[in-house]
Every structure is written in C-alpha cells, then in structure tokens.
Design a protein around this ligand. Structure first.
Ligand SMILES: Nc1ncnc2c1ncn2[C@@H]1O[C@H](COP(=O)(O)OP(=O)(O)O)[C@@H](O)[C@H]1O
Ligand SMILES: [Mg+2]
Length: 311
C-alpha cells in the first residue's frame, strides 16, 4: 500500500467536510475519488498533500506519516491542482525550470525530466512557447509536467479535466495512462462518472464527507448498479401492440420507448427481438443499457452526481 488513510475527519465550523474516511491505494494503480461538488474531494486531497490540516485520524504516504513527516510526504507527491499555476509570460521550459528550482533539482536531473515529460506528456512540441499562448489542453499538460518535475512516485490530480470537451478529456486520459505505464501511482478526483469508469482501476464513491462504496468500476456496477435493461423503441402506431406482446415481462414503458430489466440481457434481447419480428413489429431501436456509475451513485445516495435529487 502506497497510501493508507485512516478515519480521517475534518470540519469547517459546523460543516463536516470529511467524516471518518478510510481507504488504501495500491502502488501503480489509478485510484479515483468520485463525488459531486461538496463531497469532500478537494479537502481530502489537500490534506494528503500537506496543504490543509486534519482534525482527526491520520494517513501514511509511502510509509511516511502525514503529520510527523509532512515534508517527506510532499517530496513523494506531485500535486496538480485544478487551476493551472503557470506563469503566462514564461515559456513552458522556463516554467518547468522554475518548478525544478523549488525542488533544488540538478541541471542534469532537470534535463532528464524535460526529456521524460516530453515523451510521456507530449510537451516537447511547445516547450518554447509562452504559457499564455497555449491551448487549454496544452496548459493542463504543462501544468501536470510542472507538478511532477521532481519525479514523484505519486501523482495527485484534483478534477483534472473539468471544462474539457469529450475529445480533450480523452486526450488527457491518454496522458494519465502514460503516467501509469511509467509506474506512477495516480490518485485523482472527478465528478465525471465516465472518467472514473474509463480511467480508474478502483473508485471510491464519496458523498457528504464519507466513502459510500469502494471497488473496481465493473464490480460497483454489477453489485450495486442493478440489472441491465433491454431498451426498445418502436413505431408509435405499433406501441400498443408491442406492449401487449411483452406483457409477461416486467417492463417500464413511456410512449414508444420500452425498458425491460433483465438478468440475462443478451438472451432476453434475442427472445424479444424474435417475438416482435414474428408478429410483424420492427423496432426502430433495440439495445442493452448497462448500469453506469451514476446508477451506482443514485442507488447509494438517492441523489445524482450533479447533486440534484432523483425524482
Ligand atoms: N475553506 C473552507 N471553508 C469552509 N468550508 C469549506 C472550505 N473548503 C471546503 N468547505 C466545505 O467543505 C465541504 C467539502 O468541500 P470540498 O472538499 O471542496 O468538496 P469537493 O472538492 O468534493 O467539491 C463543502 O461543504 C464545502 O463548502
Ligand atoms: Mg473540489
């Protein structure tokens, strides 16, 4: 275990931002904290990075005690905050050199790190560009490179892709996976269920300062998310006949859309498809909808990842 968190609590006045949080992160995994705004993600991350004080509990990071060895802990972590910390008027190379100076890196080591970051994060092509002239995606990559210039074993990112469009997200996920290939341990927070699902080996679902569940995304979806459903859409004039034909299934229907929860969704889809065709009904759409991490979150908390209540 590279990170061990035990019974961590933190309040701001009356607000319990963290309420007895415990978990461990294995070396080399991408570990996600998934939760809506206000869940306590930033508080947890900044405590682990030695930037905020905790009230109760404790943590060790690569064997170092968070409270007794705060400086050692900071040395093994590269923290990439949400807002970029680059100097606009400096080039990317100059920004990285500045970060390196904070860690007293030798010029030889700095050169190695520049090469490695160019390879792993693809920043080589804009090293000589001023930060103010970078695109959003380039900026975040340069910011990440600056956060890990001291070659930490652990990389911690707070909502790294907020404000990105889906393509930019995908691109950034690629770079996070590259860090994993470099045998870094990655801890990141997100409120994007797709990000958690696509990227993370394990996910802790956070809600109101607590961890509501923790496991691999596939296991969470299977164990908590519920059954898959077969989703069909038929022509409006065939909707009624379709419902009558499917009456033995426990479906939920709305106009010409019908959802049938099924243990064995593929088998059920096959059965239904054959039945409808043999009665002259042609579906406009038939597909299996698997539960998502949002479904898991709703089952656990009764609210959505956006924070709104489920009606
Ligand atoms: N510096 C602070 N002062 C007072 N309350 C805070 C402070 N930082 C966070 N909080 C509160 O603590 C809770 C958790 O916030 P935060 O850790 O930022 O969650 P997240 O990052 O998941 O959105 C929220 O209710 C937030 O309003
Ligand atoms: Mg936050």
């Amino acid at each position: 275990m590279i990170i061990e968190v035990e019974e961590l609590s933190k309040s701001y006045g009356e607000i319990k931002a963290l309420d007895g949080v415990s978990f461990t992160v294995e070396e080399g995994e991408i570990f996600g904290l998934l939760g809506p705004n206000g869940a306590g993600k930033t508080t947890l991350i900044e405590i682990l990075c030695g930037l905020r004080r905790l009230d109760k509990g404790g943590a060790t990071v690569q064997g170092y005690d968070l409270i007794k060895d705060t400086y050692k802990v900071r040395g093994v972590i590269g923290f990439c905050p949400q807002e970029t910390l680059l100097y606009d008027l400096l080039t990317v190379r100059e920004n990285l050199a500045f970060s390196a100076s904070l860690y007293s890196l030798s010029s030889k080591k700095f050169k190695e790190r520049l090469e490695s970051s160019s390879k792993v994060l693809g920043i080589g092509e804009f090293l000589n560009r001023k930060a103010q002239h970078l695109s959003g995606g380039m900026k975040r990559r340069a910011n990440l490179a600056a956060s890990i210039v001291h070659d930490p074993a652990i990389v911690i990112l707070d909502e790294p892709t907020v404000g990105f469009d889906p393509n930019m997200k995908r691109e950034f996920w690629h770079f996070i996976r590259e860090l994993k290939k470099e045998e870094k341990t990655v801890l990141l927070s997100t409120h994007d269920m797709y990000e958690a699902d696509e990227l993370c080996d394990r996910v802790a679902i956070m809600h109101k300062g607590k961890i509501a569940a923790l496991d691999k995304p596939t296991v969470l979806k299977e164990k908590i998310g519920g059954q898959a459903t077969v989703h069909i859409r038929v022509r409006s004039d065939q909707a009624q006949k379709t419902r009558a034909l499917l009456k033995e299934y426990h479906f939920v229907a709305k106009d010409k859309e019908i959802n049938i929860p099924a243990k064995d969704a593929w088998q059920t889809m096959h059965e239904i498809s054959n039945k409808l065709i043999s009665h002259g009904i042609f579906t406009e759409k038939i597909e299996i909808v698997e539960p998502t991490l949002e479904d898991v979150f709703i089952k656990l908390t009764g609210s959505r990842l956006t924070g709104s209540e489920v009606s």
